[in-house]
Design a protein around this ligand. Structure first.
Ligand SMILES: Cc1cc2nc3c(=O)[nH]c(=O)nc-3n(C[C@H](O)[C@H](O)[C@H](O)COP(=O)(O)OP(=O)(O)OC[C@H]3O[C@@H](n4cnc5c(N)ncnc54)[C@H](O)[C@@H]3O)c2cc1C
Length: 262
């Protein structure tokens, strides 16, 4: 049965949840494939330079893939329950089981808190920051080779903005996290979220580019891809600004209370 048979889908707030889920699922799938491609290149490329770059990306992005996708995957499962209202909460729909199943992924294979500490404590500093600066290069190369394309402009601008915010957060951590590790620990969750959003901006801009190249076919698949890319840049990526602001407050208010206050 087609989805449009359900009248609930006319409500904009239900659409918001569906679009959040769609932008997350398709962006996440692209991010996982792109990272897995780095794993393949690391293993089989005959070029030593390509193998090294691929290994850097794979190592850097592993905690981001695990932490960001499982955090947002749980949110997606929860939204799927929410848009069914009370029936979603009951066992009859089956969605409450997805919510419970998705929840464990934030805990096992390294809790997401530990993934975030791995990112800021080990992955950023490794080899003098070679991997993170290499990732910035990937983003900047995409921007410089596409900034003349007026159809791609909103997406390229989104990547530019997110890259600038991620660089600012990285510099803040390098200056304030090494001298006081509580700053790194307190900011690590928001830094990982900002990293994930920036990686998604990169993926969505790449997908928009591929969809624009096929737009002339009139295939609905590409129109839907472009509409979802627009949604991501307008309605999801702005979260990056709040994560950057939180990173830069460091440990101050997080550690203000004594342990016996909890
Ligand atoms: C259903 C299920 C299946 C599992 N399957 C397996 C399995 O097959 N194999 C296996 O080996 N394990 C398995 N586990 C265990 C799982 O890997 C652990 O639960 C997980 O690593 C978290 O450890 P913990 O439960 O001891 O929590 P803790 O380590 O006590 O963590 C509690 C909280 O403190 C935070 N925290 C902990 N240490 C630090 C730190 N140093 N700095 C900052 N924050 C910190 C964590 O992020 C977390 O939020 C499973 C768990 C569950 C629930």
């Amino acid at each position: 049965m087609a989805c449009r048979a359900y009248p609930i889908i006319v409500h904009p707030d239900v659409r918001r949840m569906l679009m959040d889920m769609k932008a997350f699922t398709e962006g996440g799938r692209a991010f996982v494939y792109w990272t897995a491609l780095q794993g393949d290149l690391e293993q089989v490329s005959p070029d030593q330079h390509v193998r090294e770059k691929a290994e850097d990306r794979m190592t850097l992005l592993t905690p981001v893939v695990k932490g960001f996708l499982t955090d947002r995957g749980f949110k997606s499962a929860s939204d799927a329950l929410q848009l069914h209202g009370g029936t979603g909460y009951t066992r009859d729909q089956g969605i409450e089981q997805f919510v419970r199943d998705a929840r464990i992924a934030l805990i096992y294979e390294g809790t997401n808190g530990i993934q975030a500490l791995d990112l800021v404590g080990r992955k950023l500093a490794a080899n003098g920051g070679r991997a993170v600066f290499g990732f910035f290069n990937d983003l900047e190369e995409f921007v410089s080779s596409n900034e003349g394309d007026k159809d791609l402009k909103p997406y390229v601008e989104g990547v530019t903005l997110a890259t600038g915010q991620l660089k600012e957060a990285t510099m803040w951590l390098m200056q304030n996290g090494m001298s006081n590790f509580d700053n790194a620990g307190a900011s690590s969750h928001d830094y990982l979220q900002l990293f994930g959003l920036t990686a998604f901006a990169f993926m969505w801009a790449k997908m928009a580019k591929a969809a624009l190249a096929q737009k002339h076919t009139g295939d609905r698949f590409y129109e839907e891809k472009l509409a979802t890319a627009r949604y991501f840049f307008e309605r999801v990526l702005p979260d990056a600004t709040s994560h950057l602001a939180k990173v830069k407050t460091g440990a101050g208010s997080v550690m203000a209370l004594p342990a016996d206050a909890f």
